[in-house]
Every structure is written in C-alpha cells, then in structure tokens.
Design a protein around this ligand. Sequence first.
Ligand code: GDP
Length: 397
Amino acid sequence: MENQFGCQQIDTKIKEALEKNDQNLAVAKIQEYLDKDQNVPLNIAVTGETGSGKSTFVNAIRGIDNKDEKAARTGCVETTMEVTPYLHPNYPNVTFWDLPGIGTNNYPAAEYLKKVGFEKFDFFIIISADRFRENDVKLAKEIQKMEKKFYFIRSKIDDNIRNEKRSQREFNEERTLIQIRNNCIQGLQDLGLQSPQVFLVSSFDLTLYDFPLLVETLKEELPELKKEAFLLAMPNISLDMIKEKKKTFKAKVKYFATLSAAVGAVPVPGVSVAVDTTLLFGVVTKYVLGFGLDIPSLKRMANYSGVPYEELKKVIKSTLIAVKVTPELLLRLLVQFGSLAALLAAEEGSRFIPIIGIPVSMGLSFTFTYSSLNTILDMLADDAEKVFTRVHLNTTG
Ligand code: GDP
C-alpha cells in the first residue's frame, strides 16, 4: 500500500505542475521520484569461517563465476582476513561485503561488529558448511541488539545431497533437506537462539533448495525503499522473478514517458511524434542490465552455467541485445514501432493522460513513448525468460 500511496502522491504533484503549465517543475518532481529509488545504497554483509563458501556465494549471487577476474577470491586456505567489498557488476549501489568469520579472530561479538563497521550493513548473512557454532550465535545476538537483521545460510547442500544419495538405499531428497534444516535449527536453539531461520543453499545452483525463499524473505523484510534495488540486483532464479522485475519496470513507464515528452522532445525521423531518444536509450539500457541481458552479463552467465555464449545469443529474439545497444539502434526500432505504437498508444497509455494531467500538446509523444517502452520491455522480458529456460535446462540436465 505504501508504494501505491507514494505513486498517488507523485501523480498529484506532477498533475498540479502540468496544470500550471510548469513543465520544468513536473520534470523535477519525476526526476526526484525516480532518482530516490535508483540510487539507494544496499550493503549486504556475508560472514562465516574460512572455507564455509562465503566467496563462492558472493560470486554466485552477483552472477560471477569463481574463475572470473572480478570474482571474490576462493580457495581452502585463509583468503579473507579483512572486510572486502564486492560491487554488483550492474548495480554499483549494491555491495556485498565479505567479512572474516568471527572465530578467525579473538574479538568479542560486540567489538567484532564495531571493527567491521556494522552500521552500514542492511543485513547480515552468517554462513556455515556444517553446524553453526557458539560464536555464530553470539554474533547473531549482538546483531539483534544493534537492531539489525541476520539470516543463517547452511552452504554446500549439493554435497550433502550427493553423499546421502550414495549412502542411503531409500534416498528421499525432501526428507534429507528437512533433516539438515532441523539439525541446524535445533543446534542454534540449544545454543540459546529462539526461532532461528536457516536457509539451505548451494552456490553452484541458486535456483535450488532455499535460495528462492531467502530472496522472498529478504524482500519482505527490507524497507520499502530498498526492495527494488534488491530485486533488480538479484540473479534471475525463476520465471516469476523475471515477471516481477518486469512489473517493477512497468510501474515506472508512465513517468519516463512523461519525462521523455516534456524534456526537449525531438521529432524522430520517420515517426510523426517527438520523443527524447537519449532518455529512452537510458531507460532501455536499465532494462537490459536489470534482466542481465547485456553482453558482459550474458558472457558471465555462459561461464557460470556452462552454456556457450553463442548458444545463449541464439535464443534471444530482440535486436537490442547481444550486440551493443546504441541510440541509433533504438531509433531504428522506434521507427519500426511507429504505426504499431500509435495503435496501442491510443488504448493503453492514454488512460494516464488525465491521471497525470498531460497537456494535449504532449499527448502523442507521451503515448508513443509509453507504448514503445512497454513493447521493448515485453520483448526483453521474453528474452530473459528464454535465456533462463535455456540455462536451467542445462543445469538440471
Ligand atoms: P570462503 O573461504 O568462505 O570464502 O570459502 P570459498 O568460497 O573459497 O569456498 C571454499 C571451498 O568450498 C571451495 O573449494 C568452493 O568451491 C567450495 N564451495 C563453496 N560453495 C559451495 C557449494 O555451494 N557447493 C559445493 N559443493 N562446494 C562449494
């Protein structure tokens, strides 16, 4: 509801500005509203003993293969002795912090948190590859005292499943998972932590086990303003997640359409309307990055999944991807949309005209931009689904 309320408020402000014929004010209001969401910082702390799988997890969640250059260092020796930030490749406002395990040093939990600069973290992930220790519980309790949240991850679940499969005649995956989860929870309770939540994860395939539930839980529990940054920075772990990203982008299309029509709109050759193509280019680039369809992301996905890059390129239909997106390319696409967009525009986009108070002079540009962005968004989401399905088919055999 908070979101909807926020939207109504901004719609009213834009309408008031446009009714006074103050397009600059309308533009400033929209820009302020859009910037607020886009630049919000998100800092995620990941802690656990050496060898627990922290670096591999930090890489996987950023869609980076352990062998990639930018990857967090991994290995069985003591590699993470200090607090190391790892930026998200497509969202520099989202940072994962690899923290040394609390047992690695002799600091008490409170001092450890002070040393790592706990204030900046939005939440903590505590990872273990087996049972959680007393130190993990001490740390969790201290994090709670500081009014921050923590989540336990039991890593390398694929190893357990493989071993159980080998050793048990009547292997049942679901039963094994419940057993591991319950053991972890019981262990934490025995150490004095009430109702802990433990998520079972394999960093080698985040679509499996409890990672999707972890993402859902975090999204629910993050403040409203940070939810979007978090969602867009997550790898595409399901078709539903791609749909949700699309919905998030869709909710903003009317604002970009208003901006594009209001800010120095220029006629598009071959189309009888004026739109701001530079602005559109910026928006479309954000869609491409959010769906992980830019060339570097696709290459990382190829490395990570083992599906060759050329194969991934083959499933993609949009002309906007797998080659570098340029304003010229976008322009050519907009011209193709010319007549189609005009048809769609009349029906769909025009309902926002009275809501936001778009003046008649801007109406056509608004509806053209509105339907062009929606059409592009549909195409890109479709491609993201195809890439996901192709990769997932590969990882599940
Ligand atoms: P860190 O010291 O906590 O950063 O741990 P690393 O990420 O370097 O991982 C230690 C070892 O565990 C490496 O050999 C990883 O390949 C392996 N590992 C990490 N995560 C997983 C996982 O989810 N499944 C399996 N099977 N191995 C993992």
